[in-house]
Design a protein around this ligand. Structure first.
Ligand SMILES: [Zn+2]
Length: 172
């Protein structure tokens, strides 16, 4: 039997329920747009901002180092990106994959993308690609005894390490 690596500590996606929030002016806003608007990248676990894309730690990760890569513009699918956005997105995706390999040394990586109107609340989802580092022999993404604060500290440390590594890769 193939070992699928670390088990999913969280088997559902509660973030779907809080995906869309009301922003300052009562406007419906997704968390990606909210984080882009706010200037609290460490607190929001925003890993990296390029000119047209953003990398964010997934708050409800399937494994340690699970990140989302999104264009800055709120569009639901790849076809709506213009050529400049697509090029920027590809470069950031490639750098993020390399950074995840270097920082977390996973056995393999899952990536996935949902396309279409799945956000609900009458608002189209903000396009994002999941990058999920996986290991053969870990069965938890963080130790069981970690409390919420320790999990956040662990995620922030990974966030800062990935930021440093992506910055280094893109400066080459
Ligand atoms: Zn958005």
């Amino acid at each position: 039997m193939i070992d699928n690596g670390p088990s999913y500590k969280i088997l559902f996606s509660p973030w779907r329920l809080t995906y869309i929030r009301r922003g300052l002016r009562g406007k419906l806003e997704c968390f990606i747009c909210q984080y882009l608007r706010e200037n609290r990248d460490d607190e929001n676990l925003v890993v990296y901002r390029s000119e047209k894309s953003v990398v964010i730690m997934n708050r409800y990760p399937y494994s340690r180092g699970h990140v989302l890569i999104a264009p800055k513009r709120h569009v639901p699918s790849i076809e709506q990106l213009d050529d400049d956005e697509l090029l920027d997105y590809s470069i950031v995706l490639k750098a993020t994959l390399e950074a995840v390999e270097n920082v977390l040394e996973p056995d393999y990586v899952n990536t996935g993308i949902n396309i279409g109107r799945v956000a609900g609340a009458g608002l189209e989802e903000h396009l994002h690609i999941h990058v999920i580092p996986r290991w053969y022999n870990y069965d938890r993404y963080v130790p069981d005894e970690f409390n919420e604060e320790e999990i956040f500290k662990d995620m922030l440390e990974i966030c800062l390490n990935l930021r440093r590594e992506i910055t280094r890769i893109l400066r080459r």
